[in-house]
Ligand binder design. Structure first.
Ligand code: 5AD
Ligand code: FES
Length: 357
């Protein structure tokens, strides 16, 4: 009993030190991800909550996710909408459909729209810019986030000038060799990182991120990811478990763990107090209460699906995705109730990064 208490004090000490120095060692990261006891995890989560509540209060921001195209020219080994997946039933939302998702979203209280899609050549820069302008014109108090992949500096600049203010582009892994195990040779980790630096330079609020438990991922890789984030200083960090999709080369790979994802959320909150940290749909898929547990581990953003129900079952990056049969309004009610139940309040604000308000 005495010994255990000493160990607990030692762990608490390490978490306090991590919060003070905003640094984490490989040893501690590996321990937290793989060997921490339930009591120790609770110490970690409670520190992360304390920090997130000091910055954001007990509030959760909403982002309405509009999955507007599942056409993609890339062939990432993990992704269900990869070019080579001939079983994917492809769709594109029209401008009018996208605008009506936004109208519905604003009625439901959303003040951020995330336009996410594969790298679809149909959606040229002109079309994206026109769309962004139309959304901003109809919803001037709302923020528009783009999540449409790797583009040139000039294209990003045009999107920004059209009124998009945020951009999500997960770096997937900061390690070049690991990147090459997850992607075909046509894609490089170096280029992806360059895109993130370009986006930041242009003035976007930028989100990077990774999947947890991708094939061949090690704790060293995750530490490299953290170091990359410390250098980039993103405004948002999106993480979720890797979940296998049956029509991809990774079909037989084991899924990433919800527990590890939740522990990493807490670590990220402690290292990046002001960062926007979503409890993702993939986390909610891996664990029925994953999103609640994520919020209780320091996350502060939820991204409900605003896409029309007819296409939801088609934007499948991984198997088993939740909320594909639900109406936007149902997810809205469901998520608000879930947050209330754990003592958090969903706020109808744009939810900018603290440095942007
Ligand atoms: N499992 C979990 N997340 C995935 N993503 C893509 N495929 C999968 C998968 N099989 C994530 C990637 C991408 C984001 C839009 O979705 O990290 O950047
Ligand atoms: Fe979609 Fe609960 S969030 S049904």
């Amino acid at each position: 009993m005495e010994k255990r208490d000493t160990n607990m004090d030692g762990f608490t000490q390490k978490i306090e030190e991590m919060a003070e120095t905003r640094q984490i060692s490989l040893e501690l990261l590996d321990y937290i991800l793989h060997r921490a006891t339930e009591e120790e995890r609770e110490i970690l989560f409670s520190k992360a909550r304390e920090i997130s509540q000091a910055v954001f209060g007990k509030t959760v921001y909403l982002r309405g996710l509009i999955e507007f195209t599942n056409y993609c020219k890339n062939d990432c080994y993990y992704c269900g909408i990869r070019l080579s997946n001939k079983n994917a039933s492809r769709y594109r939302l029209t401008r009018e459909e996208i605008l009506s998702c936004c109208d519905k979203g604003e009625e439901l209280g959303f003040r951020t729209f995330v336009l996410q899609g594969g790298e679809d050549p149909y959606y040229t820069d002109d079309r994206i810019c026109e769309l962004v302008r139309a959304i901003k014109e109809k919803h001037p108090t709302c923020a528009v986030t783009l999540s449409i992949g790797e583009k040139s500096y000039e294209s990003y600049q045009r999107y920004f000038e059209a009124g998009a203010e945020r951009y999500l582009l997960r770096h997937e892994t900061a390690n070049e060799e690991h990147y090459a195990m997850l992607h075909p040779a046509s894609l490089s980790g170096a280029h992806r990182k360059q895109c993130l630096r370009d986006l930041k330079k242009i003035g976007f609020q930028v989100g990077c991120g990774i999947m947890i438990g991708t094939p061949h991922q090690t704790t060293e890789h995750i530490l490299e990811d953290i170091r990359f984030m410390q250098e980039l200083q993103p405004h948002m960090i999106g993480i979720g478990p890797f979940l296998a999709h049956k029509d991809t080369p990774f079909r037989d790979e084991p899924n990433g763990s919800a527990e590890e994802t939740i522990a990493l959320l807490a670590v990220l909150r402690i290292l990046f107090p002001k960062v926007l940290l979503p409890a993702t749909t993939a986390l909610g898929t891996a664990d029925a209460f994953g999103r609640e547990k994520g919020i209780l581990a320091g996350a502060n953003v939820i991204m409900p699906n605003l896409s029309p129900v007819q296409v939801r079952g088609k934007y499948l990056l991984y198997d088993g995705k939740i909320c594909t049969g639900e109406e936007a309004a149902e997810c809205n009610v469901c998520l608000r109730a879930r947050m209330t139940k754990i003592g958090y309040e969903v706020v109808d604000s744009r939810g900018d990064h603290p440095d942007f308000t």
